[in-house]
Design a binder for this molecule. Structure first.
Ligand code: NAP
Ligand code: ZN
Length: 353
């Protein structure tokens, strides 16, 4: 197709294939677009789920990456919010219908016509799948681009674009404030951001983890208490305690023991696992305590900007391990073993090598 720019990217060609270097097309900048040279891209567990078709529906070749930060290299004629040279971020959403009731309320993540994902979505302009941030450049409508605070370490900002907003949105929706009792299930990419952001909002924070070896790290991240979720006595010690639990576990797990630890009116929010719950969810503790089990997906564009500004003002970034693009397959294996503190971020300069 003419009028496109050919750029380098890393892609999975099939469900069982390692990610490898390919060339992809980026659309020419339209009046409302900005072109961003990608400097860093975070590695989310969703990237791995998509590359390996865990959720079904992956279109190959798949270029993952939705924790993008970089510098603007070109702007369309109608762009008003950004100029060449600005820092910019792109998260999980690059477009939505803009007219449904969700979009009208700045809830693009719940667009009734389906938001356009940064990868594995449908690019309206090129009529092909969208390609994510494991690449040199991206072209995005300015309305879906975020301003990045200048005072933070740029590489460590990248994970805020997904892990940050995915945990910020439920904290805000369920009105977490000073003194709220919040628990986080799983200390990974999302979990460590949930801890930092909840602490930033003044909450008392508990971590539920399977992994006793993470206790010291959790304390260093600001956690007030660690509960080993496989220890029945420890679980009993926090019965009826929490206003909000953010559950980041990616795979099927028993939610019932966590519901027991909710206070009256408390909510257990699933953000990690997509699918049917096993064993079945018991309703008695929910009914007898007006408790909820809920879900939440990323966050809207305005809310993402609010989160980035909050992080800028409070010096909050992700704890990262910087890798080269060529190390991505090994990074996926390590992520599966929870062997990362606490987010891999790709240094995109490595793609030029
Ligand atoms: P991650 O870095 O791999 O962290 C997941 C954590 O969950 C692990 O560190 C581990 O913590 C725990 N865990 C892993 N496997 C487990 C198992 N079988 N049983 C119990 N606990 C387990 O992943 P992430 O990037 O934070 O992503 C977490 C999930 O959220 C993924 O499924 C991802 O696709 C999803 N996600 C959702 C949204 C959304 O909008 N809702 C956005 C981004 C990502 P411990 O060792 O401490 O137990
Ligand atoms: Zn993600």
């Amino acid at each position: 197709m003419s009028n496109t720019t050919n750029v380098k990217a890393f892609a999975a060609a099939a469900v069982d294939a390692d990610l490898k270097l390919i060339q992809i097309d980026r659309r020419a900048v339209t009046p409302n677009d900005v072109e961003i040279e990608i400097l860093y891209c975070g590695v989310c567990h969703s990237d791995l789920h998509t590359a390996r078709n865990d959720w079904g529906g992956t279109i190959y070749p798949a270029v993952p990456g939705h924790e993008i930060v970089g510098r603007i290299t070109n702007v369309g004629s109608a762009v008003s919010k950004f100029k060449v040279g600005d820092l910019a971020g792109v998260g999980c959403i690059v477009d939505s219908c803009r007219t449904c009731s969700s979009c009208q309320q700045d809830l693009e993540q719940y667009c009734l016509n389906g938001f356009v994902g940064t990868y594995n979505g449908k690019d309206k302009h090129l009529n092909q799948q969208t390609f994510g941030g494991y690449s040199e450049k991206v072209v995005v409508d300015e309305n879906y681009v975020l301003a990045v605070p200048e005072n933070l370490d740029l590489a460590a900002v990248a994970p805020l674009l997904c892990a940050g907003i995915t945990t910020w949105s439920p904290l805000r929706h369920w009105n977490v404030t000073k003194g709220s009792k919040v628990a986080v299930v799983g200390l990974g990419g999302l979990g460590h951001m949930a801890i930092k952001l909840a602490k930033g909002l003044g909450a008392e924070v508990t971590l539920f983890s399977r992994t006793p070896g993470k206790t010291d790290d959790a304390k260093a991240l600001g956690v007030d208490q660690v509960i080993i979720s496989t220890n029945k006595d420890e679980m009993k010690s926090v019965r009826g305690k929490f206003d909000l639990i953010i559950d980041t576990v990616p795979y099927v797990h028993d939610v019932n023991p966590y519901v027991e630890t909710l206070n009256i009116n408390g909510t257990h929010v699933l953000v990690g696992y997509l699918g049917a719950l096993e064993p079945v969810l018991q309703t008695v503790p929910m009914i007898m305590g007006r408790k909820s089990v809920a879900g939440s997906v990323i966050g809207g564009i305005a809310e993402t900007q609010e989160m980035l500004d909050f992080c800028g003002a409070n010096n909050i970034v992700s704890d990262i391990e910087l890798i080269n693009m060529q190390d991505i397959n090994e990074a996926y294996e390590r992520m599966l073993k929870s062997d990362v503190k606490y987010r891999f971020v790709i240094d995109m300069a490595s793609l030029k090598k």
